[in-house]
Design a protein around this ligand. Sequence first.
Ligand code: FES
Ligand SMILES: [Fe+2]
Length: 270
Amino acid sequence: MPDHEVIPAFAESVIPHVGTYRRVLPVTLERMYENTLDWEHLPYVHASSFATISCLNSGNWGWRAEVTNPRAAASVIELRLDRNCRRWITRTLSGVNQGSEIWTHAFPIGGDRVDIVVDFFVPEVEPAARAKVGAAYATLYSQLYDEDVAMMVSRQKQLDRRVSAAVETERELKLGSRAELQLPARLSLAGRDYVLVEVGGELAVYPALCPHQLGPLHTARLEFGIVACPWHGYRFDVLTGECVSGQSCRFSQMPQVAERDGEVVVTAVH
Ligand code: FES
Ligand SMILES: [Fe+2]
């Protein structure tokens, strides 16, 4: 059975309704709202649709931002979240697709699943062209939700793991001689996962999960001692733990790496 359906346009709407996309997502409503308010992820998680984003205003109500697409075309988008109606409306205020509205309703259906119904309203589309435009939006949203689901499911998994993280692993790891180390290496220390690397001849340990929202830092490429998180692009210097992209976020309580009696030893400090 397909995991989504595309419903044709309504005949009468002030702004022409061109179609509906419907899908059951394996996430909670809480994760959905968090993802909805999270404007920062757009150019990173949805790089094929967004190249840049610059937030103009944001809050619990939603956000407004200037975005560009990969062809450098700009628009201003506003998202308003209405929790009472379990829905959010995304409007394009100016630029590409100005005047279009996307209404998303979310229904929790138990078992940590949400049924979403996304309606696309696009100005000045003739009745004969609506089905085609609606299908194009549905294809786009199918991809956007594939990308969001991967992020939301991964984050939920990490949050659940943290809650049940009674499984304390070693507080000190002896890794043998430095010459024999295969780097980068993943390691678990005091219940947390890290990556051990060499930067300019120095050994450094950094968290496998991003301190911002638990993004998979371990999958990111390390370049000149800097690792960039794939979810929101925060960049960290792995030697100092500082965020070098301007956000107030840093690696905390980093394990210490030392060489003792010819062995590399990593020790937890938290
Ligand atoms: S999870 Fe947001 S930058 Fe890493
Ligand atoms: Fe998204």
